[in-house]
Design a protein around this ligand. Structure first.
Ligand SMILES: Nc1ncnc2c1ncn2[C@@H]1O[C@H](COP(=O)(O)OP(=O)(O)OP(=O)(O)O)[C@@H](O)[C@H]1O
Ligand SMILES: [Mg+2]
Length: 499
């Protein structure tokens, strides 16, 4: 029984409507005013008795619904297929096979669509059988049109609740999918949007990014925001295993497939069935395995090692690479056909040094993740250095740094720069922090510059918005940008182009 039918069942615990005092015919003057239904429905009315059709159709249309009329079984079937109505109202006795066949067809096409059967005397047994077959309810003739209008209104409410529910579930899923995955830079906003767009599909995704840039975060978010979220997410690192083990790991094996195979074992593909498989470090996959992978991706079929039977798979494939696969194809290290199979939707993660605007947010996030509930701060000049440090190990390196600095902080709540980044004069050189106390003006100017840069990045370079954000006029912003050497070419007019 569908949810709608179950709810309806509660509303109409007693089948038969109000047969006792009911009349079929034109609406009486003292009839209650018909309220327009909040949820207009498309209703298939399968009925051959003209008086019922005319009056019921009027009542339903007056309540705001659309009525499609079928005078016999055959045309009811046709309307079901062509118009996909929201509700079916069908007489049991009708020219042709009758209402039971309309019910069966409707259930076959869409089991969640409510069907209400109208019965005359002598067809009650059939009505009971109809409930068993999945009908939402039945009414006994003669009935009052209002009771049907009310039933339809209830179904409408259920339908809109179900829709609302689905929407809430969807937005909750999208929301939680990005939990713990942060970024405010233009680049990361682009990545988040990409994920939101492709997550609901089954498209294969290739994530490209340096080590530690967050590729696995992307893969997990894709899965968590997808309709497969409550099915398995199975990751396998193609770099971690030698070729022979990789094959067994991916496809599994039967008992006795090789000397050590004492028991059968399911492979990662099999474990991921219904969900997402994450092929990490696909750039490290040996050529011989690439052929086998190609077949699975093409046919969604595979065999266990030493097994006879071919198994079918329903999986979403996400792969990650730290080097350009296109380059590997050129070098003959990666199969071109496999490359095209995998590179369906590419998602590129820029290295952290190219999105320094994310650093303060990431530091904040890592403090929350590893601070054990204690609040730590990073002073502005130190943050300034963190934003300029090139982070060769990307977000992972930044995360480790914050963890280390927290561990070394003792009772202090301010994290020390020397615990956060290596003491390398090459890039630290002329900048903010050393034992030397530099003129306040100089330090302030450095801070101001990085602050203006950050604001510009937040607005995507939009000058009016940046000025408003910083609480200064566009002219002052322009002057600062000029002084900081941020203006390109011979741009000179304060009222010139918007960024
Ligand atoms: N945008 C982000 N927000 C929060 N945490 C992040 C973000 N990007 C990466 N991290 C964290 O940084 C660490 C490394 O990320 P992840 O494992 O996803 O990187 P990777 O690209 O898969 O690295 P590798 O190539 O080494 O496998 C993880 O702890 C992850 O939680
Ligand atoms: Mg990884």
């Amino acid at each position: 029984m569908s949810d709608a039918a179950r709810v309806l069942d509660r509303f109409y615990a007693l089948p038969g409507g109000d047969a006792a005092g009911g009349v079929v015919g034109p609406k009486r003057d003292d009839a209650p005013p018909v309220l327009r239904s909040a949820e207009p429905m498309k209703i298939l009315l399968a009925e051959d008795e003209v008086t019922i059709v005319v009056t019921l159709r009027d009542a339903l249309e007056e309540a705001g619904h659309e009525v499609l009329h079928a005078p016999d079984t055959k045309s009811a079937h046709a309307l079901l297929e062509q118009h996909d109505p929201d509700v079916v109202l069908s007489d049991i006795r009708m020219p042709g096979e009758g209402g039971m066949s309309v019910l069966a067809r409707s259930v076959a096409l869409d089991p969640s669509r409510p069907v209400i059967l109208m019965t005359g005397y002598g067809t009650i047994d059939q009505a009971v059988e109809a409930m068993r077959m999945g009908a939402a309810n039945y009414v006994q003739k003669p009935f009052r049109n209002e009771s049907i209008v009310q039933m339809v209104a209830t179904l409408g409410r259920v339908k809109s609740l179900e829709r609302e529910n689905a929407e809430l579930r969807e937005s909750l899923r999208a929301h939680t999918a990005f939990k713990g995955f942060v970024g405010s830079s233009e680049a990361m906003r682009g990545v988040f949007n990409r994920i939101r767009t492709v997550a609901p599909t089954d498209a294969t995704v290739l994530i490209e990014g340096e080590s530690g840039s967050g590729k696995e975060c992307v893969a997990r978010a894709l899965h968590a925001a997808s309709p497969r979220a409550d099915k398995p997410f199975v990751a396998i690192s193609c770099a971690a295993l030698p070729e022979t083990l990789l094959e067994a790991e991916l496809f599994g094996y039967e008992k006795g497939a090789f000397t050590d195979a004492r028991k059968e074992k399911r492979g990662r593909f099999e474990l991921a069935d219904g969900g997402t498989i994450f092929l990490d470090d696909i750039d490290d996959m040996p050529l011989a395995m690439q052929v086998k992978l190609l077949r699975v991706l093409q046919e969604r079929k595979f065999e266990r090692l030493g097994g006879e039977g071919t198994r079918s798979l329903n999986i979403r494939v996400v792969a990650a690479t730290k080097v350009s696969l296109r380059e590997l194809v050129k070098q003959g290290k990666f199969r071109e056909d496999l490359f095209y199979r995998i590179n369906v939707v590419p998602i590129g993660l820029p290295p952290l040094r190219e999105r320094a605007g994310d650093v303060p947010l990431l530091v904040q996030h890592m403090i929350e993740r590893h601070g054990g509930g204690k609040k730590y701060v990073v002073a502005a000049p130190a943050m300034n250095v963190l934003e300029r440090y090139p982070w060769p190990g990307n977000v992972r390196e930044l995360e480790n740094s914050v963890q280390r600095a927290i561990a070394l902080s003792g009772a202090a709540s301010e994290l020390a720069l020397e615990d956060l980044v290596p003491l390398d004069p090459r890039w630290r050189g002329a900048t903010a922090v050393s034992d030397e106390v530099r003129p306040l003006r100089e330090v302030m100017k450095e801070f101001e510059r990085s602050h203006v840069l950050r604001a510009l990045e937040k607005t995507g370079g939009h000058r009016s918005q940046t000025a408003a954000m910083l609480g200064i006029s566009r002219k002052v912003l322009w002057e600062k940008m000029r002084d900081f050497g941020m203006l390109e070419g011979k741009e000179g007019e304060p009222n010139g182009d918007e960024g």
